[in-house]
Design a protein around this ligand. Structure first.
Ligand SMILES: Nc1ncnc2c1ncn2[C@@H]1O[C@H](COP(=O)(O)OP(=O)(O)OP(=O)(O)O)[C@@H](O)[C@H]1O
Ligand SMILES: [Mg+2]
Length: 429
């Protein structure tokens, strides 16, 4: 029997990747691989930094689109602050709660209490079920009092929490003499909408600063990817591939996570096709796949009507001569499509609201235009992505697999010609 190491079925080394883990979604880069966010790092540090000198910190809310480094930078600064505090003999803890999982006050406080217990020699038992929020708070205050001078609490995806009481509890704890430890909260959200409702949710006791993280530009994305070049074997990445990847990602979204994913996918593609190098073409193909996935993710929670509205807009753009269309034009085509897929259409106003939601998500852009004196103003909608990606993403919804292609509808100006389901789908798939 052949020795396993020598079995040609299993190559002894990966021809494309050297340290592929550097490109994994969950990978947390080392400090020296974080680039392009120096100002943001300093801004967060300025808010919580007082802790390192034994002074009270500010609370801070960080807003920004997905993949702009909010979670990464928050954890990075919190850990550095903790180290600096320790250097000054200040007992500082760091607590991280992902509120998309711990999405109730009970879950969030349980996680805080358990994680504090983990970091200390606290002797009391903390039950994982059967007790309520108040009991978890008791443990939190007790541990803080006994073991800490200060703590930084990161509440990531804070908009997923069903209420904001935890913010009040944490910010009032000292005043209410629950603990003498200083508590600095870093709240993170990629929903700008959350900001609008935050003031209604909380009272003035949660004083906080706000920071906004902007999408990365091409040169920052390039730097981020260059710093992970050693994920690949030497010489595998052809010249210009990282530049291309950065340019494409910056143009679409400025999302570092997606840019890294594209690079990884390009490597996978090269390997699958037996190529020894990663070329620009691999990047372009990977970008296409990523873009469809992104649109699918963005639209996955959308109603069937929103998807059909996007489809109607996409079909207008594919078959027409313009890039932008009025709500009314989209609605008319949407009604035609509804008929074809035997779905009852919603009202034009209802559809308008669905379009607004999509504009908020960043799938479309809507712009108000003056339509001349007699017409008043109206909205023009454009797709942020290639319409073909919308067609693909919409068809991935099982209930919409049968949505017909659209080129012939434009010719007839009516849905009736589209009843023939055998028309060629290939131009869109
Ligand atoms: N400045 C950076 N330097 C190096 N890598 C980065 C940087 N910013 C982001 N990344 C990489 O991109 C990934 C996404 O960043 P992060 O998770 O911080 O985004 P986010 O703003 O929290 O997004 P979301 O709103 O989706 O949670 C990180 O895991 C990290 O690998
Ligand atoms: Mg995040």
């Amino acid at each position: 029997m052949a020795e396993q190491a020598g079995d040609p079925l299993f190559k002894s080394h990966d021809p494309i990747f050297n340290r592929k883990e550097l490109l994994h979604v969950g990978h947390v880069p080392d400090e020296d691989r974080i680039v392009g966010r120096d100002d943001e790092i300093e801004s967060v540090a300025a808010e919580v930094g007082a802790i390192t000198r034994g002074d009270p910190p500010n609370n801070v809310m960080i807003y920004g689109k997905t993949g702009t480094g909010k979670s990464l930078i928050s954890r990075h600064v919190a850990t550095r602050a903790q180290d600096a505090a320790h250097g000054n003999e200040i007992d500082c803890g760091v607590l991280y709660v992902d509120c998309s999982e711990a999405n109730t006050e009970t879950r969030a406080t349980r996680q805080l209490a358990l994680s504090l217990k983990d970091q200390t020699d606290y002797r009391e038992n903390i039950p994982v079920r059967g007790v309520g929020t108040m009991e978890y708070y008791q443990h939190i205050w007790a541990i803080l009092e006994e073991f800490f001078d200060a703590v930084i609490v990161i509440l990531d995806e804070i908009d997923k929490l069903d209420n904001s009481n935890i913010l009040m509890q944490l910010s009032r704890a000292r005043e209410a003499q629950k603990t003498s430890a200083y508590i600095g909260v870093i709240g993170i959200s990629n929903k700008v909408k959350y900001r609008e409702t935050l003031d209604e949710r909380i009272d003035s006791s949660f004083g906080h600063r706000e920071l906004f993280f902007h999408p990365y530009d091409a040169s920052q994305l390039r730097e981020i990817m260059r710093n992970r070049e050693d994920a690949f074997q030497p010489g595998v990445l052809e010249d210009g591939t990282i530049e291309l990847c950065a340019a494409l990602a910056a143009k679409k979204h400025g999302d570092a996570r997606k840019a890294i994913e594209i690079l990884k996918e390009a490597g996978e593609l090269a390997r699958r096709t037996g190529s020894e190098t990663v070329a620009e073409d691999h990047i372009k193909q990977a970008q296409e796949v990523a873009e469809i996935n992104r649109i699918e993710e963005l639209t996955s929670g959308a109603t069937v009507h929103a998807k059909l509205a996007l489809y109607a807009l996409a079909s207008h753009i594919i078959t027409g001569e313009r890039e932008t269309y009025k709500t009314r034009e989209i609605y008319e085509r949407y009604v035609d499509i509804c008929e074809l897929v035997a779905t009852d259409p919603i009202t034009e106003n209802g559809l308008y609201r669905q379009l607004k939601e999509q504009a908020f998500l960043g799938v479309i852009e809507s712009e108000k235009t003056g339509g001349g004196r007699s017409q008043g103003s109206y909205l023009l909608h454009r797709l942020v992505t290639d319409p073909k990606h919308i067609v693909k993403a919409v068809r991935r919804d099982a209930s919409l697999e049968e949505v017909p292609p659209y080129e012939r509808l434009a010719e007839t100006g009516s849905g009736s010609a589209m009843r023939d389901r055998d028309v060629d789908l290939s131009s869109f798939s």
